[in-house]
Design a binder for this molecule. Structure first.
Ligand code: SAH
Length: 512
């Protein structure tokens, strides 16, 4: 959607769900990928943000308990300003935007300023916590009412909730937000108001994360138990007969990597499948790319491509990125796709082949050889390369082994360098969040991604993070870079591939 200052944009108040990036709605996700700017909060999974196309602006307005970034009035004003500039704004909030998220105030402010909006509901933390702790929020025999409340202000001075009334709820489920600090107060008041001290209750910390913690106790014992088990925000408490089902219905955190936090540093646009794979294995994915790829304008390379073609002319792809940037450029410049038809196509690597096939191309040469150099050598044997001209689509490299092999075989090779990597930058609050819940394992798939971490955090902080975690690398060269910064390598892939690295990580935790 292009920016258009004549027309006012629209604001979408979108619920992101409780923390698992897969729990956003399809509508929410599709709006995130098509808006002009995203304004997002503290509890939003980082993965949802880093996988959004780079041309979409991202503004962080989160409130960490200790560091207020933008007061609510300023957020309201920001939304109006952005919409008035003609942008479509995705206002992304944790859980559901209208459940204890001040979404109501934002909508009121937008209406007052005549800004159009839509509300996209989300999975609210209270119900998600019940589900992931195996507590049916309603139950035919045990509960026919669900009460969502905030414990914020449960101290003597501020009465937002009529605790005397809540204490009289029978055959119902009380679900409390923002209640870690106030729990002893809340429990005391409820028991005073007549709630049975022996009724079952639970506290769920970081629900829907791999590190979710469920504390179960009778109501009167819950505060002491929560303290003993060191419960921290964000957490939900649930009180009611239904809570007794939690033990029986428990289902969460039963996978190989449950409870393990893996930080993935490669560019997010190449990592979506890795995020998914780790999540399917039960791990919590910490999507903090240290590098990103950006388009490189190679005028000379393009000119060669456009002017060449015909018999014995090849296009050589060896990465998904190459395919993406190549066809992305042709489309954006409205260059006729039929030009590609003047070339034979070679595709090295599984991901490359898949990316081409997704676009409807059936490469002329794509043997299942693993390793780029091996692939090039094989091609020299199978194709009479001494007669051919190759447009070699690639990223910026200090040295291109493929080009070297093909040239040795007699081919004329012209690089078309379409992307380069740059260091990412992280918001200071995002760094704080990273240190609050540090990863168990940091995965590096290139030396440059290690350099990126040191560049972003500074060597001292990078070392501090590394000392809280273990490091896994894709191979010896990357390990060397890790050691150059005095960090230790815990494990290394043997076959220099991401699937192998993932395998090694799984085996490492299986042994433990
Ligand atoms: N709009 C959000 C609530 C925001 S208030 C929603 O609908 O879920 C913030 C509170 O939500 C936290 O203090 C905590 O009580 C709860 N919360 C949010 N995410 C949570 C999570 N993953 N696990 C447990 N509680 C969570």
């Amino acid at each position: 959607m292009a920016e258009n200052s004549e027309k006012t944009g629209k604001v979408y108040l979108i619920g992101a769900g409780p923390g698992d990036p897969d729990l956003i709605t399809i509508k929410g996700l599709s709006l995130l990928n098509s808006c002009d700017v995203i304004v997002y909060d503290n509890l939003i999974p980082h993965e949802l943000i880093v996988t959004i196309p780079p041309n979409i602006e991202k503004i962080y307005v989160g409130k960490a308990a200790s560091a207020h970034t933008l007061p609510q009035e300023k957020i309201n004003e920001l939304l109006v300003e952005q919409a008035q500039q003609g942008k479509n704004v995705a206002r992304l909030k944790g859980g559901d935007p209208f459940v204890f998220g001040r979404g109501g105030e934002e909508a009121e402010f937008l209406r007052k300023h005549d800004i159009e909006y839509e509300i996209v509901p989300g999975v609210t933390a209270g119900l998600a916590a019940a589900a992931s702790a195996g507590i049916p929020a309603s139950h035919r025999d045990k509960s026919s009412a669900i009460l969502l409340l905030t414990a914020h202000g449960a101290s003597d001075h501020e009465f937002f909730v009529d605790w005397d009334w809540v204490g009289k709820v029978e055959k119902g489920t009380v679900i409390g937000y923002m209640g870690v600090k106030q729990l002893p107060n809340v429990v005391e008041r409820l028991i005073e108001a007549g709630m049975p001290p022996g009724i079952e209750a639970a506290m769920i910390e970081r629900c829907c994360f791999s590190t979710q913690k469920v504390v179960r106790a009778r109501l009167e014992d819950l505060p002491a138990e929560a303290e003993r088990q060191d419960v921290h925000p964000p957490a939900i408490f649930i009180i009611g007969e239904v809570a007794e089902l939690s033990e029986k219905l428990e289902w969460y955190n039963r996978k190989i990597l449950s409870g393990v936090r893996i930080m993935i540093t490669r560019p997010a646009d190449q990592s979506k499948w890795i995020y998914r794979m780790f999540r399917n294995l039960g791990a919590e994915v910490i999507a903090y790319p240290t590098i990103k790829t950006v388009y490189n304008d190679d005028k000379e390379g393009w000119e060669k491509f456009i002017k060449s073609g015909g018999k014995d002319n090849w296009l050589f792809f060896s990465s998904e990125n190459g395919v993406r940037y190549f066809f992305g450029f042709l489309k954006s410049k409205q260059i006729d796709l039929r030009l590609v038809g003047r070339y034979a196509i070679a595709a090295a690597g599984h991901g490359t082949l898949r990316a081409l096939k997704d676009l409807g191309y059936q490469p002329d040469y794509a043997p299942g050889v693993s390793g780029m150099v091996k692939f090039a050598r094989q091609m020299c044997q199978d194709v009479e390369v001494d007669r051919v001209k190759v447009i070699r689509v690639r990223g910026q490299l200090p040295h291109d082994n493929i080009e070297e092999v093909l040239k040795k075989g007699g081919a004329e090779v012209h690089p078309l360098t379409l992307y380069k990597t740059e260091y990412s930058s992280w918001h200071e609050n995002e760094i704080r969040r990273l240190f609050m819940h540090p990863p168990n394992m940091i995965m590096f798939s290139s030396g440059r991604s290690v350099d990126g971490l040191v560049e972003i955090l500074g060597q001292e902080k990078a070392l501090e993070l590394a000392s809280k975690s273990k490091i896994a690398t894709i191979g010896p060269t990357t390990s060397e870079t890790v050691r150059k910064y005095n960090m230790e390598v815990e494990l290394e892939a043997t076959r220099h591939s991401i699937p192998d690295l993932i395998n090694q990580i799984v085996q490492y935790y299986q042994k433990k």
